[in-house]
Structure formats: C-alpha cells, structure tokens
Ligand binder design. Sequence first.
Ligand code: HEM
Length: 399
Amino acid sequence: RRLLTTGGAAGAVGLALGATGGAVGHAVAADSPAPLTGLGATAVPFHGVHQAGITDRAQAHGHLLAFDLLPGTDRRGAAALMRRWSQAAAAMTAGRSPDGDTQAALDAGPSSLTVTFGFGRSFLTAVGLADRVPEALEPLPAFADEELDRARSDGDLFVQVGADDALVAHNAVRVLRRLAAEAARPRWQMTGFNRSPGATARPMTARNLMGQIDGTNNPVPGEPGFDEAVFVPQGGEPAWMAGGSYVVVRRIRMLLDNWENLSVERQERVIGRRKSDGAPLSGGDERTPVDLGARGADGALAIAGDAHVRVAAPESNSGATMLRRGFSYADGLREDGAPDAGLLFVAWQADPRTAFTRVQLKLSRGDALSQFVRHEASALFAVPGGCDPDGYVGDRLLE
Ligand code: HEM
C-alpha cells in the first residue's frame, strides 16, 4: 500500500489501492497493465476516530441528504439501519462492491469516496433517546432575511456523500437509499460540486460560483486549536459524541445576475479580498494574514467595515471558529429565468452555538455580502465519531 497526498486546502491524505489493495469489484487487478489513475485509485479510510468527509479535501461531487424514520422504526431498527449503512459505506469507500450494489460504478476505483452520517434532534426523540440530546443540538435561532423552505430543511438522519467521480457518488447514494428500505425515507437531497482534482496546474483553493477563492482562512488540521474547534473532545459531553462534530448545512442561493453586474473592485470590497488571487485588501498574497486594522493612503480602512471577511472573522466573534467544507450547486433556472445556483454551505464545529450561530447572527446584521445571497434551507446534525471495523456509526448511542 502506498500513501498518496492529493493536496487541497484541507491537506487530504488518501490511501491509494495498489496491487495488494483488496481490489475486489471496482479497483485495479494485481496484474493490470494499465493501473487506475491516482484520482480513481485514491481511497479515504471509512473507519477511524473521526468520520471521513470532514477534514479531508472536499471532492468534485457531493450529495447531501436527509432521511426521516418511518413510523414504527424504533431504536433497534435504527441501529440495524446504521449497521447496514456503515458496512456498505466501508465497502464502497475501499472500492469493494456493497450489498445491494446498483453496479453504476463498477469500473471505477473508490475515487476518494467518503460517506458521513449524522443525527438530527428529531431522530433522538423518535427512537426514545430524548434524554441524550446534546445541548449543542438546540435548534438554530431564526436569522434576519432567511427564506427557509421547511421541506428542504432539518430531518432525522443526515448523509453526506462525496467522491471525485460523479458515477461513484451517485451509486453510493442509490445503495444507501436502497438499504434504508422500510426503516427511513428520503426527506431532501441536494447535489453539488467543486473543481476536479488536476484541473489546475497545482493544488489551489477552490473558487465558488461568485468567482471568489473560498476557503483560504479555514482552520488547518494539525494546527493548534483545530481539534478543539472542530471535534467534541474525548471526555466531552455527551459521551456518545466524543470524536464527533456538529454540522450546519445551509443552502445559500446566490443572486448571480446582480452580483455579476458589480465591478470587480466593488466585488472585492464586499469580501475584503482580491478576486484574482484571494489576497486580502490589507496587502500580501492569499496566505498573508488579514490585517483588519490596516488603512489605505486616504486613511480609510483597507478592509471595509462591512466586508465579509471582517464580519465573519474569529477576531470579530470572540474567537468563533468553524471548518467550512461546502459544495457549489447549480440546479437550472428559476421561474423568473434567474439561475438556481449558489453554495451548499457545510460548516463543522465542536459547538454550533459558539461558532456558526454566533457568526451568522453577526453576518445577518451587517455583512455586505447578504444582499447578494438568500438562505433557503437549513439543518443541524450531530455527527458522531468514527467507528471500528466491527462497529457502526452511532453504536455508542444506539447499543
Ligand atoms: C470567508 C464567501 C457564507 C463564514 C469567506 C471568503 C469568501 C467567502 C470568498 C474569503 C476566503 C476564505 O477565507 O475562505 C462566502 C460566500 C457565502 C459565504 C459566497 C455565501 C454564499 C458564509 C457563512 C458563514 C461564513 C454563512 C458563517 C456563518 C466565513 C468565515 C470566513 C469566511 C468564518 C473566514 C473569515 C476569516 O477569518 O478571514 N467567505 N461566504 N461565510 N466566511 Fe464566508
């Protein structure tokens, strides 16, 4: 086995299936004269302290889904579902054919497939575990200017699927849907994308559909404070969430027709960074720390008072820190002809009350970007830590 580093903002490390990589079904055979490319062969381990799909690089294709339990599914039924799902996810992410395979991905390698599972507040009450609802899972407050579609918000169970190949991602969704069987039915599904690995000459931070380099000032795995900001510590509360994280999902439509009519200079003022290379307007290059106090020759703040990076920064929010790992979406046209496109915002944190909620309250009151976006759907889930090969995601809660 050989370790492959695929690069990207979050420093993804994948495991490439080599000649001995257990290549049943999808992956390359031992004597294959033409091995899969790095893209197809790269596998992200399913098992571990944390679930996959959080600190690894966001893949080119993503599906976010919520399921609701069907009436009659109790704690045992939910545990059986999580076991079926975990076993299938473990197989598919290693490039093996799972039970119930639809075979749409048969010729492809794992392609960095990750599958991440979470629980909504309503899940815990439905299976009789209301007394184990984490305090951090309290419903998000209402924010100014949001226009939430309840049918595309919330849900009992959360599934995030990501892969660098569209067929691999789609197949994983179908397999999980089939395995949900009589236990749960889909509530909503959102599909998104990021730049494909290899599309740029070197690994670079991706751009969103507004054209901005997005993700620069994310916390970096391995750096001081990262684990505390993103994961519930061992010994933290509740015990079943140790090693887990809370995910906030927001479908944020971009008013692209309005945005694209702004001059690049005004667009840069809205964010506080240069569009071409992501450098802060306080100077330097993309990686130069933002200097919120810097002033131009005219004495005005280099980064405007309502610039997105100022209003969202930890310094402006008592240190609030989250890991943003989203997908762009483009779902065709709305009735008025405007693009139905934007950002599937996905943010990971140890406690949303002191991270997403704090920042979004501030943004909804004075962020220059708000007039160009609309929050249309919202959900919050508790994402437990990872499981062992003989366990399943959520076993510490459901056993
Ligand atoms: C930074 C875009 C929504 C939190 C940024 C940056 C861009 C951006 C271009 C600068 C590069 C970077 O550091 O990543 C957007 C767009 C949004 C959006 C287009 C909506 C469609 C949000 C939301 C939140 C948020 C809803 C949280 C509630 C942050 C944070 C930073 C950031 C914390 C880093 C600030 C810093 O420390 O410099 N965003 N953002 N963003 N954004 Fe957003």
